[in-house]
Ligand binder design. Structure first.
Ligand code: GLP
Length: 241
């Protein structure tokens, strides 16, 4: 694993964004996986700025999302579809037919998971997957305990996010919310991975994920086994290394 540490948070956002920009500029037909969250929001803003200042061709690239919340509307500002559309696809001018996301509604999510990973793989190998990390070590919606050999699947929403989404969307208390996510195996098939983390609240889990045992109890620890994974951190997230 290569570890890059920046002094400040703005430098952190820029560093990750430049990695992504260079990847796209080098391979205009690259298939790139994006994630949502507070970490990637700043990265996406910086990527949009870079693209504005130094335009590069995005007409042949494919953007796909690592995960999605199920049983909410795509118009809900917290859906991953909405976030990536507004943070990445529109600012970079990526053609809509090159934007892949799993559906939010279905009567057969098992089939949707298979269709989604198949739709990504026909585009070609994933050149780069950008990941955030949860404070319990989750990647995507792969929570602790997820088998390392998992493919795309529908996980149970974690309680905190469940409560927040219900508050924001007014979803009925009995409407089941889920987290459709690419599995650990899909993630590990990416040619290149960037794990990005900032802020002191990520410091402990970053130390455990990078230097602790590789275990299904800490999903991000599997990245120690990936041949081309770069971990980009700001000084706060790196303070226990
Ligand atoms: C969510 C997403 C993950 C993301 C994580 C970290 O659970 N499903 O893909 O990496 O949150 O979010 P944040 O960057 O807001 O800490």
């Amino acid at each position: 694993m290569k570890i890059t540490i920046t002094d400040t948070e703005p430098q952190f956002f820029d560093r990750v964004a430049w990695r992504v920009a260079v990847e796209i500029a080098d391979k205009p037909e690259a298939v790139i996986g994006f994630s949502t969250g507070r970490t990637t929001k700043g990265i996406h803003a910086s990527l949009a700025d870079i693209h504005k200042k130094y335009p590069f061709d995005t007409s042949g690239m494919t953007v796909f999302g690592l995960d999605e919340i199920t049983n909410v509307s795509r118009e809900y500002f917290g859906s991953c579809y909405y976030i990536l559309l507004h943070e990445v696809v529109e600012p970079l001018g990526v053609p809509m037919e090159n934007y892949l996301m799993p559906p939010v509604h279905s009567d057969d999510f098992t089939r949707e998971c298979q269709d989604y990973q198949a739709a990504i793989s026909v585009r070609g190998p994933v050149a780069l997957q950008i990941l955030g990390i949860g404070e319990n070590g989750h990647i995507g919606f792969n929570q602790p305990g997820t088998p390392f050999n998992s493919y795309a699947w529908l996980s149970k929403m974690d309680e905190e996010l469940d409560r927040r989404i219900r508050r924001e969307t007014g979803s009925a208390p009995d409407a089941p919310l889920g987290g459709l996510t690419l599995g650990i195996r899909n993630i590990m098939y990416s040619k290149k991975i960037i794990l990005a983390a900032n802020g002191v609240r990520k410091a402990q889990i970053i130390r455990d994920a990078l230097y602790g045992p590789v275990t299904e109890e800490l999903p991000a620890s599997v990245l120690q086994l990936h041949p081309d994974c770069e971990v980009i951190l700001d000084a706060e997230a790196a303070r226990l290394l």
